[in-house]
Design a protein around this ligand. Structure first.
Ligand code: S3P
Length: 175
């Protein structure tokens, strides 16, 4: 079984993913990290050199390389579900868990983040503040996130409760 964690940047996919993997005794992988290893550069510099369209194509290819994995929790990039039919692909290959958070809660996390996220650079958005950028992007992306098998709040995730929900989700999909 594969468990895909989805959600906006800053929703805690990597942190929750690692904890969930430990709890379930599953392997853990992070598609952003894998992308950086495969392309031997940071996502920030990949965006600068090749742009978002190529990033999305490579991201979709890399996601499909997870098809053969078993018993793995996979943290995805915030935009992964929203391009190249990736959301439907993940739903047909595993369980998708959406870590839902409000724009304000995401803002409070992202304002202090040291990681440079190319799509959140205020200077590339006309006159928008970080909060407005998050509100705008989240409202466009929610239609994909909301297709998830399971939605939980990204704040203070109860890992054993989430594991129980996932097991119910697996049983339901077998009926
Ligand atoms: C992106 C999110 C990032 C990374 C890239 C694009 C997005 O991952 O994949 O910068 O479009 O939301 P995180 O969600 O792990 O920050």
């Amino acid at each position: 079984m594969k468990i895909y964690l989805i959600g906006f940047m800053g929703s805690g996919k990597t942190t929750v993913g690692k904890r969930l993997a430990t709890h379930c005794e599953y392997a853990f992988m992070d598609t952003d990290k894998l992308f950086e290893t495969k392309h031997n550069c940071t996502i920030e510099s990949y965006f600068e050199r090749f742009g978002e369209d190529l990033f999305r194509k490579e991201e979709a290819l890399l996601l499909r390389e997870t098809a053969s994995l078993e018993n793995t929790v996979i943290a995805t990039g915030g935009g992964t579900p929203c391009f190249h039919d990736n959301m439907d692909w993940m739903l047909s290959h595993g369980i998708c868990v959406y870590l839902e958070m409000s724009p304000k809660a995401l803002y409070n996390r992202l304002i202090n983040s040291k990681l440079v996220r190319p799509l959140l650079q205020v200077e590339t958005h006309n006159c928008a503040s970080l909060l407005e950028i998050i509100q705008d992007m989240l409202s466009q992306r929610e239609q994909y996130y909301k297709k998830a098998t399971i939605t939980v709040s990204g704040l203070d995730v109860d890992i054993s409760g989430l594991h129980a929900l996932i097991r119910q989700g697996i049983n339901a999909s077998m009926c």
